[in-house]
Design a protein around this ligand. Structure first.
Ligand code: GCU
Length: 368
């Protein structure tokens, strides 16, 4: 039944190389590079090369009573070079004191608040995980309609008076993802963090970002998408969720590259990509996708189907991707057996405690 559903979606094939050869396990590295290139050219824009130097300086540390004394809490200034000069942003770090080298969630966060409803710090650290987060607007604003006047926008985009970037120049999702990789550069230098087990996580537009970060940067152990929807986990073609035209109307087309706007009629356009490409680029690493039943814009069925479609790659590489019965899940379902985890919870678009509990459970299961 699910295979039928996928066929109906008319997805571009994962396993046809650009020159027409069928992709085999041996060719997968090459195909992955092609897939990343297709995604950069058509949806997220090209990511600049990594900086030469990244540093982290502890700017502030809470006293020993932080979180009842259970947590080392620091604010770190991450600084790196760009072609137009240095850029820096704050990274907030929370490490449970009773675990010498905890695995960690790097959360690309909507707000810098501590506490914050999307960021249950104490619960995460009580569960034996470290947490690092940065506030996405410290990297570039989210004013919509193409405002690149601050942060990485100002350093990398020169739109002159036209307000239009070259068609494949990166957008804000690319910039936020780039910052996640710079945070990771720093976290990997710390000997009090388990660098082999760092998951990048985000909700909604920042779930799109977390997946794109994990797709590009193989040092991430896992990519976690909470309600990321269209432009994130969800297959776009024949979906019932948001459409490219909605992003254009809302002004959030600037999260993507300009080329993305050309796909506004995607029912009749043969897109060279769809979102299962993003998940596939994470393989054979781990992925966890969380959907909410009432999240119509994100289209849970399309988020789920994308996990099914990407599982092909895991199988090619000798692993299981999403392990699921041959039917759409019902609310309350959690599928954690393979390398792709998925859950569908009741309720609305939100980064809920239920979701965090699922991600912690999946992470614990998958760390050897
Ligand atoms: C809007 C947007 C979505 C996005 C969401 C969010 O609804 O259209 O694509 O995921 O905002 O980030 O909260």
């Amino acid at each position: 039944m699910l295979i039928e559903e996928l066929r109906r979606r008319e997805l571009p094939p994962l396993f046809t190389m650009n020159d027409g050869r069928p992709c085999t396990a041996d060719l997968w590295r090459e195909r992955r590079a092609e897939i990343l290139d297709i995604l950069q050219r058509n949806i997220y824009g090209y990511t600049p090369p990594p900086p030469e130097k990244v540093t982290g300086e502890v700017e502030a540390e809470e006293g020993e009573r932080a979180f009842a004394g259970k947590v080392l809490q620091q604010r770190i200034r991450i600084t790196f070079d760009t072609p137009k000069g240095d850029f820096s942003f704050p990274l907030y770090l929370f490490l449970p004191r009773n675990i010498p080298k905890p695995p960690l969630f790097l959360h690309i966060a909507f707000r810098p608040d501590i506490p914050d409803r999307y960021n249950p710090i104490e619960e995460i650290t009580d569960n034996g995980f470290g947490l690092a987060f940065f506030h996405y607007k410290d990297v570039v604003n989210d004013n919509l309609h193409g405002d690149y006047s601050d942060g990485l926008g100002k350093l990398f985009i020169d739109t002159g008076t036209s307000k239009k970037r070259p068609s494949d120049q990166w957008g804000k999702i690319g910039m936020w993802a780039y910052a996640a990789s710079r945070a990771l550069d720093y976290l990997l230098t710390r000997d009090d963090v388990d660098g082999r087990h760092i998951a990048v996580v985000g909700h909604s537009r920042l779930g799109k970002t977390a997946l794109w970060a994990a797709a590009q940067d193989e040092r991430f152990f896992m990519g976690i998408s909470n309600n990321s929807g269209i432009g994130g986990a969800a297959i776009a073609k024949h979906s019932t969720g948001e459409r490219v035209i909605d992003f254009i109307r809302a002004g959030s087309w600037d999260w993507f590259c300009e080329k993305f706007q050309e796909y506004s009629g995607y029912e009749d356009i043969n897109m060279p990509y769809d979102q299962h490409f993003v998940l596939a680029a994470i393989a054979p690493r781990f992925i966890c996708v969380g959907s909410a039943e009432k999240d119509r814009g994100a289209d849970p069925k399309s988020e789920f189907l994308s996990c099914v479609a990407a599982s092909e790659v895991y199988e090619l590489l000798g692993h299981s991707g999403l392990v699921t019965p041959d039917e759409y899940p019902t609310p309350g379902t959690s599928l954690h057996e393979g390398r792709i985890g998925y859950h569908l919870r009741p309720g609305h678009h939100y980064f809920s405690r239920t979701d965090w509990l699922e991600y912690m459970k999946f992470m614990r299961l998958k760390m050897e």
